[in-house]
Design a protein around this ligand. Structure first.
Ligand code: WTA
Length: 657
């Protein structure tokens, strides 16, 4: 961790936008005072606060205690039994929403007029039937409560069906983003000790077929853990089916019954693992459980998106990331609304796909990432101007800091100046949003995630846990447990303690640097550890480094993130090659391919620089700050006196020239 005093923000944004008047009158929370009262009450008596919220959910057996907190271990709604799938689907039907569209899905391919070839509307009743059949099919395959099931699928309704089916029978899922490669699947399958993978022949992305099944086949040659592979037919591309191991999705559901009662599960039963990057090369399985996650995602979705029964809500995130888990699936379906889901790329067949989709389905609430907004900005306002976006009532942003320029563009050209923007700060580990405006209550400031949500005790502190004065930079930490928090890193208690609970006394350390202004607004400045965010995708520098050094020509490597106008951050790799090996462009190309193969295309470095040595301190630590500076500015002005080898920096400079 760097010294807190070195975290200094250069941004001083003065603009403020009150919640639009028309919005306030119908909002769940209607004034800043009402928010403040709610927040104060939630922290003064968390048990009473969460008990009241929990009363709106279905439990087979009511919990005895709201929370049991033995730092760093939390248990929520202790002693209760419930089922997340039941709350997402069956409960909605009981409430009379059975014939309402739950999923409104568009495939990527378009016809000669640019219209989507496939649109599917799945009601809550239909969803229950699909989920129950697939749950029965999973049982037939031998999947039992507690077994981890890996999902490696395109953005199709069957992915949601598979997740809910797992939740229904108590088999935790581990979803792997389709942009990861076979070795990345192997790491995750091995760590989770997961024997069953659900995949598809392929998925459509930017007019191409992503060959998912082929990656699973390759993974199966690298580990013997994969015993069963369920394959959804999506693109009809050629696949090889291995007898005894591989089965078609449509075959196993064909004769399965559509009756499958939801299993009553302990509140703390594992709901899913989601692998994410940290500061070592090994991805960590973030563990979320049943009742707390269920209630937290539903509550935050309702408040932050101000969800109402007739909302047509669209979150563009891939379900392979936590945003898709919490705010495409679990938090959203529990609110009984219609959730739009889109399979493919934002610029297919052209740069107005998102705007056309919003107009086509009259989307009311839209949640996307700053990277996408910046990419759209670059293409020009003529693309959104072609479409009627007046159905929109609220816009959201997630995944990385949104720069004020992108915020203003979003506000003016997508929201037409009339939609509140919720800039939501959170993490895979937090399960749901922690810092965000409430759209009918919180005046927004472009670039700030604003204020902590009810129940969240966020603070900016130094390394000893001292709260920093207004506008003083420091570490963002959370001082009280909340229901959606991670329960651990799968199989690695030591890493869980060390990573999140040892840096700041008594509090959860987020890994983010931030400042709080005089109004108490949070301004996130980005990671202070070795995590980088490329297009909102979370990657660990160590993962990419270990991919590079696994290439036979590479002796050592260091990877850093540096600012990029479009992707937020981009990846710069510094590489020293083994003696006698020519460091040339051909090797560069090979290394790029090697990283893509080892981790996935999302990890492709933007630049690779060869160097004779890496700058290190006397104790042998790579001086990333210098490398970051070099990657950013093309030179190093900083103090280099602690360098063991001054000449390595000089040589890097020459490389740049
Ligand atoms: C960053 C994504 C600024 C932050 C939900 C965090 C943000 C990391 C925001 C978690 C935001 C997320 N403003 N930064 N609104 N939202 N981040 O686990 O650095 O993929 O620690 O979860 O994304 O990334 P993750």
């Amino acid at each position: 961790m760097p010294d807190a005093t070195s975290i200094e923000s250069i941004m001083r944004e003065q603009r403020q936008f009150p919640p639009p008047e028309g919005f306030v009158n119908h909002a769940h929370v209607r004034s800043l005072d009402q928010y403040r009262e709610l927040h104060a009450r939630s922290l003064a008596d968390p048990d009473a606060f969460w008990a009241e919220i929990a009363s709106g959910f279905h439990f087979f057996k009511k919990w005895d205690r709201v929370v049991e907190w033995n730092l760093p271990f939390a248990k929520w709604f202790v002693g209760g039994t419930t089922n997340v799938c039941f709350n997402c689907v069956d409960l909605q039907i009981q409430r009379g929403r059975g014939d309402h569209t739950a999923l409104l899905w568009e495939g990527e391919p378009v016809d000669e007029n640019g219209q989507p070839r496939e649109i599917r509307r799945i009601t809550y009743k239909q969803l229950l039937s699909d989920v129950s059949r697939f749950a029965n099919a999973l049982k037939q395959l031998g999947v039992k409560k507690g077994d981890r099931v890996t999902l490696y699928m395109p953005m199709v309704p069957e992915l949601v069906v598979a997740m809910l089916a797992c939740a229904r029978i108590g088999a935790p899922h581990s979803v792997i983003f389709g942009g990861f490669s076979a070795p990345a699947i192997v790491d995750r399958v091995n760590d989770a000790d997961s024997n069953v993978i659900i995949t598809a022949d392929g998925g459509f992305r930017r007019g191409q077929i992503v060959p998912l099944k082929a990656a699973v086949d390759e993974a199966a040659t690298l580990t013997d853990r994969i015993k069963k592979v369920v394959v959804l037919k999506r693109c009809c591309n050629d696949v090889t089916m291995t007898p005894g191991r591989d089965v078609w999705f449509h075959d196993i559901v064909a004769n399965a019954s559509d009756q499958c009662p939801a299993e009553p599960l302990d509140s703390e039963h594992m709901l899913f693992l989601l692998y994410t990057s940290g500061s070592t090369g090994k991805p960590k399985g973030i563990l979320h459980t049943t009742a707390g996650y269920m209630i937290y995602t539903a509550y935050t979705a309702k408040q932050v998106f101000d969800l109402k029964p007739d909302d047509i809500y669209w979150c563009t995130a891939d379900i392979g990331w936590v945003t898709g888990h919490s705010y495409v699936v679990y938090g959203i379906l529990q609110n009984g609304v219609t959730c739009v889901m889109y399979e493919g790329a934002p610029n297919f067949p052209a740069w107005d796909r998102f705007w056309a989709t919003i107009a086509r389905h009259k989307v009311t609430k839209f949640y996307t990432a700053p990277t996408a907004i910046r990419a759209f900005m670059k293409q020009g306002v003529e693309w959104p101007a072609k479409h009627d976006l007046t159905s929109l009532k609220l816009l959201g942003s997630v995944g990385e800091p949104i720069n004020p320029e992108a915020w203003m563009w979003y506000h003016e050209y997508i929201g037409m100046g009339g939609c509140p923007i919720v800039d939501t700060w959170w993490q895979t580990e937090t399960g749901g949003m922690l810092i965000s405006p409430l759209p009918g209550a919180t005046p927004t400031k472009p670039g700030s995630a604003t204020l902590p949500l009810p129940g969240i005790d966020a603070a900016i502190v130094d390394k000893s846990g001292n709260v920093q004065p207004a506008d003083g930079g420091g570490y963002l930490c959370i001082r009280k447990p909340w229901p959606g928090m991670l329960r651990g890193i799968y199989g690695d208690e030591e890493r869980f303690r060390k990573q999140y609970w040892s840096e700041i006394p008594g509090a959860y350390f987020t890994g983010d640097g931030a400042r709080r202004d005089a109004d108490g607004y949070f301004w996130i400045m980005g990671r202070v550890d070795d995590v980088i965010k490329v297009s909102g995708h979370r990657l660990g520098t160590a993962e990419i480094e270990s991919a590079l050094v696994s290439h036979p020509a590479v002796a050592e490597s260091a990877v850093v993130g540096f600012p990029d106008d479009l992707t937020g951050e981009a990846i710069a790799a510094f590489v020293t090659v083994k003696s006698g090996i020519p460091a040339n462009d051909e090797l560069k190309t090979q290394l790029l391919q090697h990283v893509v193969h080892a981790v996935g295309s999302i990890a492709r470095p933007k630049s690779i620089r060869f160097t004779e040595a890496l700058p290190k301190t006397r104790s042998g630590k790579i001086m990333r700050r210098l490398l970051r500076e070099l990657a950013t500015k093309g030179r190093v002005d900083g103090d280099t006196t602690t360098l063991e080898d001054f000449s390595s920096i000089a040589r890097l400079r020459e490389e740049e020239a």
